[in-house]
Design a binder for this molecule. Sequence first.
Ligand SMILES: Nc1ncnc2c1ncn2[C@@H]1O[C@H](COP(=O)(O)OP(=O)(O)OP(=O)(O)O)[C@@H](O)[C@H]1O
Ligand SMILES: [Mg+2]
Length: 451
Amino acid sequence: MKRILLISKDAESRTRIENAMNDEGHHVETVARGKDAVNRMSEHDYSLVLIEEKLHGQKGLNVLKEIKAAGYTMPVILISEQGSKEVALQAIKHGAYDFFSKPIHDEFVATVINRALEKYALEQELSELKQQAADKVLEDEIVAHSPAMIQTMNLARKVSKTDVTVMITGESGSGKDLFAKTLHMMSTRSGGPFVSVNCAAIPETLLEAELFGYEKGAFTGAARQHQGRFERASGGTIFLDEVGNIPMSLQSKLLRVLQEKVIERLSGMSPIAVDVRVISATNKNLDIEVSQKRFREDLLYRIRVFDIRIPSLRERKEDIPILAERFLAQYGENMGKNIAGFDTMAMKFFMTYLWPGNVREMENLIQRALILEEGNMIKGETVFSLVSEENMTRSPDYINAKEKVSSVAEHEEKKLIMEALIKSHWKRQKAADYLGMSRKSLFNKMKKYGL
Ligand SMILES: Nc1ncnc2c1ncn2[C@@H]1O[C@H](COP(=O)(O)OP(=O)(O)OP(=O)(O)O)[C@@H](O)[C@H]1O
Ligand SMILES: [Mg+2]
């Protein structure tokens, strides 16, 4: 049984359609006004909507437009007065599936409606399948085994189904780009374009033209008309990466675009409507930027309707071995190197290191280790030699100064102990001698650092 909504004030066509549909086993609900129809539709799912052209003080065509503008995808059929071809044509133009001209023939009505219902059911099934396939691909790509990441993924899955404006925050290399693409792919806009703009990489003077486009002759060198990234993203998603770097002068223009959903090309004569979902990312603290008057507060509210924070790698240690194995397999195959895995020391290092550059740092580190490694395992020695002095002692910016001092000191100490252990081939007495400490205190320190 399908649920059908009929908008009609005409008792005769109402009875005819209700009877015809009941015979087919469908359920028809009738309302007399367009306003009531829109309300009903927000409360229940209908598989089909029929609209009579002549309504109380309103045209059926306008109700059709309203329904389509609200983004409903079920088929809508318009019932026009006898001989009003123009209305029928307009209806099709505005997205109606079909139209009936009065007088209504029961058999014809049933055939057309059934065909529309069938088509809609297939479309829904197809989009469901597409969605599942897209989700699957992404779940394969993104490593998310730790509780922190599972939670983040669940959140992403929820917001991806809406058009809400999302801001992704996270440290450098934590996966903001990957997540932005994921949100797009999981959304109903996945068939549309995904257009990425790195607001920090485009010079300030060019950013406006790049985002909104320009008309021929807008400035010296504008030899032809140029579509901006917002326009190119229409029907899809625009990803404003490093959004905190947008200059103040452009922030007010961006705000207008988000509020009114129209853009204006440089030297353009009229505004152009754009249908885009905005995702942005930053590793700046935009609340601080706002308090320093470098970022507009009203813009921040607009772009941070929903906030997804990607945990740093050290907050999701459970993902470390899986990511490491994944990169090893992927790049090992690319390089034609057959390396079985990581030795204990390498893995211990991975688990205890602070990863200031997060997943990207790990990806690079493993690539370089693969190049250097001659045995059939990635050794602790090798990865260790690849981490820069600076990164080894660098702690993430958010750790306060006091913690920072102690964590630097601890890191230094850990580093020395690891070095000694590697040099002594994991012989504790030898390493202790080398470090000038007792075997027992070395043992305690190893325990402390999880070595
Ligand atoms: N959860 C994850 N699973 C698999 N690969 C990941 C994951 N997170 C990040 N990566 C990989 O790590 C690398 C860095 O990710 P990405 O570029 O998305 O980070 P970012 O936060 O945008 O970095 P930046 O702050 O420098 O712009 C990419 O190659 C990405 O594919
Ligand atoms: Mg990025």
